[in-house]
Write a protein that binds this ligand. Structure first.
Ligand code: SF4
Length: 328
């Protein structure tokens, strides 16, 4: 049976991935392979807009690729590659930048946020970030982009850039991507307040040891109103309970839901159950990761091979783009 279309997604090389990355993106990447031709890119060029040093870039790329492969991204079916291995991307980025209004780029909330986050490094790349992202998607003629709900405005903007290009050059060479919003758009960190993120150090790494995982789980913030073991709790406001719903068996979830409310179970025991279940769930992933990790060269071979396959598509698109633009 033929596939439903082509999916593209990219993520910055951020070393080892965490539960938030897995639930918000990677798990979806893996599932989409069944019905779509998938292209997944490790976007090292995007990373250059914010990082201060590139010394760790290669290792960060390797660690992320290992997590993707161990989680079930299959390089036989799917193209997995490094963004900078396809130079056509930067050419398309330049061409698209000419049909993108500057005011719109500098008005984007994400750009303003970056100005606040890194006032000493407001570089040109930050302004063009969404244009590079658009080029990434349309270069491979992807018709579907899986995103978290917070990314939706970026895809809408990408669609505008495509319309603007097609209108300006009276063509339909570039495809307006549709978005597929993931089911779990926001995973809270162990602080129970903010989105899970490595920079906030509120994350749980997929590849952590069972002991490290248990330690992080025991640090998780629970129902803030539950001060003593004898206080009844409210699982509806507890991040540990949200995680139980994903990783624990339905009968355990039901038991915790009832017992927490009558102080029949304490948070320490509740977290221990979650840590055990999480470790059990992650065991096959960790075994596979250790296996693949024994041969880093093979991982880079996979990424290089993916780059070649991606480039074939990119070259074809660029031939059409150059012709549509009328470049002599
Ligand atoms: S018992 Fe479990 S669900 Fe209830 S507040 Fe504690 S950690 Fe949360």
């Amino acid at each position: 049976m033929g596939k439903k279309g082509r999916v593209f997604s990219g993520a910055r090389p951020t070393h080892r991935q965490h539960l938030g990355n897995y639930l918000g993106a990677i798990q979806n990447y893996v599932a989409l392979q069944k019905d779509y031709d998938c292209i997944y890119s490790i976007v090292d060029l995007h990373a250059l807009t914010t990082i201060e040093t590139t010394l760790d870039l290669k290792q960060n790329t390797l660690e992320m690729a290992l997590d993707w492969l161990a989680a079930g991204i299959d390089p036989e079916k799917t193209i997995i590659f490094i963004q900078s291995h396809v130079p056509e991307l930067t050419e398309l980025h330049t061409i698209l930048s000419m049909v993108t209004p500057l005011g719109k780029l500098t008005d984007l909330p994400t750009f303003k946020e970056k100005i606040r986050e890194q006032p000493n490094n407001i570089n040109y790349g930050l302004v063009g970030y969404p244009v590079l992202m658009t080029a990434d998607i349309v270069l491979y003629k992807a018709d579907m982009v899986p995103v978290g709900i917070d990314q939706a405005p970026h895809i809408e903007f990408a669609r505008e850039i495509v319309r603007s290009f097609n209108f300006r050059y009276k063509t339909n060479v570039l495809i307006e991507p549709k978005m597929k919003v993931t089911k779990i758009p926001k995973v809270l960190g162990i602080d129970g307040k903010k989105k899970m993120s490595k920079s906030l150090n509120n994350h749980i790494e997929l590849a952590a040891t069972p002991e490290e995982t248990q330690k992080r789980v025991m640090m998780m913030v629970t129902d803030p109103a539950r001060k003593r073991r004898s206080d009844p709790g409210n699982p509806d406001v507890c991040n540990v309970f949200s995680m139980h719903k994903i990783f624990s068996k339905p009968e355990e979830v039901e038991m915790i839901n009832q017992e927490c409310r009558i102080a029949g179970i304490g948070c320490v025991d509740c977290k221990k159950i979650f840590a055990n279940n999480l470790n059990e769930n992650l065991e096959p992933f960790r075994e596979k990761r250790t296996q693949i990790g024994k041969d880093p060269k093979k991982v880079f071979d996979i990424l290089h091979d993916g780059g070649k396959r991606a480039r074939k598509i990119a070259e074809e698109t660029m031939r059409e783009v150059r012709s549509a633009v009328g470049l002599p």
